[in-house]
Design a protein around this ligand. Structure first.
Ligand SMILES: *Cc1c(COP(=O)(O)O)cnc(C)c1O
Length: 236
């Protein structure tokens, strides 16, 4: 199959999975964040063109590495894309992240809140911010503890150059999807408590290629999908 036809077929399949899962859960369909790590600007451009043709005014794309994203964001500057940083953010990259992205999903410590707010350029809209929660992965150093969410969220909400939009999580991989569903359910409880305290909160980012149905069943409003859209990644 020609490459673009294959891409269109995958986009259609992912869209169908999302719509079906939402219908099954009796929830609104979440937004799709296309994860472009290891993909070049041409591949992202091709997917963006398909999404525009399907009527999306602005499409979300996620990147893991600030450095890798910089070139793509520049190359695709004329495309109607909202860029999300979904990879771990080192403090010394906070300035670049605040300049480049529309969203940062991986805020997990107070130091990042201050750095992102300080470096968000005045000519740009406030940066959309998600708190990354380490919901069940004791092996991961990334994400804050669930108990730390309220304080970190309050720190974000107090910064005029940031907008607190919600929470993000990457549950530990588990072969049994039911076990992941438990983590998604705990995220939903955290999210509902946060939304009750902060009127700007409207985003729960969870679910990837192999578990988006479980995440949607627990109320994901944004799913982050790489492999199911672009095909398997080369190891890096
Ligand atoms: C790579 C990545 C994804 C997408 O994963 P797939 O399994 O390829 O869909 C989602 N979220 C984060 C944070 C990622 O790093």
């Amino acid at each position: 199959m020609p490459q673009d036809t294959e891409l269109a077929r995958r986009l259609q399949a992912v869209t169908l999975r999302i719509v079906n899962a939402a219908r099954h859960a009796d929830r609104p369909a979440p937004a799709l964040l296309a994860v472009g790590k290891t993909r070049d600007a041409g591949e992202i451009d091709a997917l963006c063109a398909l999404r525009i043709a399907l009527g999306e005014a602005r499409s979300g794309f996620g990147e893991n590495y600030v450095q890798e994203a910089a070139g793509k964001i520049e190359a695709l500057a004329n495309r109607p894309i909202e860029w999300h940083l979904i990879g771990h953010l080192q403090s010394n990259k906070a300035r670049q992240a605040a300049e480049l992205f529309d969203w940062v999903q991986t805020i997990d410590r107070p130091k990042l809140v201050a750095a992102l707010a300080r470096h968000r350029p005045p000519r740009r809209a406030p940066l959309n911010a998600l708190v990354q929660v380490n919901i069940d992965d004791e092996g991961s150093k990334h994400g804050c503890r669930p108990a730390d969410v309220p304080a970190l969220a309050a720190a974000i909400a107090a910064e005029p150059r940031l907008v607190l939009r919600g929470l993000m999580a990457i549950p530990a991989p588990h072969p049994d999807p039911g076990r992941r569903r438990g983590a998604f359910a705990r995220m939903r409880a955290l999210y509902e408590a946060l939304a009750a305290a902060h009127p700007t909160v409207d985003t729960l980012s969870m679910g990837m290629s192999d578990d988006l149905e479980q995440a949607i069943a627990e109320g994901a409003t944004l799913v982050r999908v790489g492999t199911a859209l672009f095909g398997p990644r080369e190891r890096r």
